[in-house]
Design a protein around this ligand. Sequence first.
Ligand SMILES: Nc1ncnc2c1ncn2[C@@H]1O[C@H](COP(=O)(O)OP(=O)(O)OP(=O)(O)O)[C@@H](O)[C@H]1O
Ligand SMILES: [Mg+2]
Length: 216
Amino acid sequence: MIEFKNATKKYGERFVLDNVSLSIQGGAWVWLTGASGAGKTTLIHALIGAVQLTEGEVLVDGYAINKLDTAALQEYRRKLGIVFQDYKLLPNKTVFENVAFAMEVCGYSDKQIAQRVPEVLATVGLADARHHFPHMLSGGEKQRCAIARALIHEPRLIIADEPTGNLDPTTAEEIVELLLKLHIKGATVIFATHNLSLIERYKKERIHVEGGKVQS
Ligand SMILES: Nc1ncnc2c1ncn2[C@@H]1O[C@H](COP(=O)(O)OP(=O)(O)OP(=O)(O)O)[C@@H](O)[C@H]1O
Ligand SMILES: [Mg+2]
């Protein structure tokens, strides 16, 4: 359960989030929409503790994200699967190594890595491309690799900030279908997008940001 309580974020005199209160139930799929600059990424950053609110709070399963200390915040972030528009893959590492590296950084053993990486690559349909470098992958494959990396800790909450922004319509749908599979298994998904045809096609809850306010 995610709750924004009177969340306000000001940059200078501008209210990007203006006294926003909303709740998202565990297991939901929520489209996050709004014009460029409306505050979608800011809302997401507040949720992952990457931005300090000017006022108000964000609670996840009852815990106030802005009150977590550095260690607790790191622990919390590990439980999230975060996916971006620009993939953020390491160019000099293969698909396998990109995912493995994320596990190494978190202190997993070689044995755990050897077991888990093939599992997540199979989940996203990239088992055969495991030795490919990012430059050899299509945009959709790059995003699948980024999603595989986001899945290493079996996140219950997946936060995707325009993950299909650089993809053609068919590939975008494939990425949505992949995330839907994870959603059906129980993950909460928050998906920021400008793509209205996806929203039309997959009818789900929607949160729209405009003028610092949200409408559900
Ligand atoms: N660190 C910052 N300092 C000052 N202003 C910022 C900062 N980060 C974001 N903003 C401003 O906050 C507003 C909201 O930005 P945000 O990135 O949340 O929009 P968005 O809805 O994600 O847009 P897009 O669809 O283009 O990704 C924008 O006007 C942006 O310029
Ligand atoms: Mg954004």
